[in-house]
Design a protein around this ligand. Structure first.
Ligand code: HEC
Ligand code: HEC
Length: 195
């Protein structure tokens, strides 16, 4: 029988090979294009790992970085139990915020974010597990832009069984300009910080 503490210890062990890219605290590494994972909802993390492992994410020819992660998810995690354990470990790591908030028009960012994104990702971008929408605070600007473009361009969220991904793909087409996304990111980066 597994006790709660050995479950956590296993999660830490399973996460050991991931820290080379995602950082020892799961804070992410923008230079390696690896996003922050710390404090992200466990069900979201688990779903993404399964998406990589079942080739629903990270197999498009245009998705070089997703392909890298697709390989890591397939080779470093042996089975479904390992996926669940590592996801639960990552979700319990203390949440991170953006050390260097991206510049942008916060007024426009706030308006656009609340008008389009907040209904799903939450008013402070902390995510909403009930709607399967992940936390966006802590993600670096390049990662957010790349995912947004991938949803919009049919690189992520196209698999018929990827319902949450397809929902976000639909939403990515409602934003008028790249400038608006820059401003939205500036708004997201101000969240969760001491005012
Ligand atoms: C070689 C570097 C590398 C290693 C090792 C690695 N990752 Fe990743 N990971 C990435 C990159 C790069 C991305 C972003 C892919 C993209 O742009 O779509 C990513 C994305 C992810 C995502 C998706 C996050 C999101 O917000 O959707 C999860 C979850 C994840 N990794 C978990 C892990 C776990 C758990 C391990 C260890 C078993 C691991 N990674 C090992 C590079 C790595
Ligand atoms: C109808 C609900 C909904 C709305 C509105 C919405 N999203 Fe999402 N978003 C989602 C869901 C669900 C996911 C998770 C998709 C998945 O599981 O792959 C997601 C994923 C994302 C991701 C990927 C995060 C990661 O860690 O990889 C980004 C970035 C994102 N959304 C940004 C936005 C922005 C910016 C807006 C506003 C312009 C927005 N979303 C509006 C539901 C929504």
């Amino acid at each position: 029988m597994y006790g709660a503490s050995s479950f956590a210890a296993d999660g830490e062990k399973l996460f050991a090979p991931c820290v080379a890219c995602h950082g020892s605290k799961g804070e992410g590494n923008a230079t390696l294009n690896a996003p922050a994972l710390a404090g992200q909802d466990a069900v979201y993390i688990e779903r993404q790992l399964r998406n990589f492992r079942t080739r629903r994410r990270g197999t498009d020819k245009a998705d070089v970085l997703g392909t890298q992660m697709q390989a890591a998810a397939t080779t470093m995690l042996t089975d479904d139990a390992a996926v669940t354990q590592v996801a639960s470990y990552v979700a319990k790591l203390p949440k991170t915020v953006n050390a260097k908030p991206a510049p942008g028009d916060l007024h426009n960012g706030n308006n656009k974010y609340q008008g389009i994104c907040g209904a799903c990702h939450g008013v402070t971008a902390e995510g909403n597990p009930a709607l399967k929408a992940p936390r966006l605070v802590g993600l670096d600007a390049h990662y957010i832009k790349r995912q947004f473009a991938h949803f919009r361009d049919g690189v992520r969220g196209t698999d018929p069984k990827d319902t949450p991904g397809r929902q976000m793909a639909m939403m990515s087409k409602t934003l008028a300009t790249d400038r608006d996304l820059d401003d939205i990111i500036a708004f997201i980066h101000r969240q969760g910080r001491p005012k």
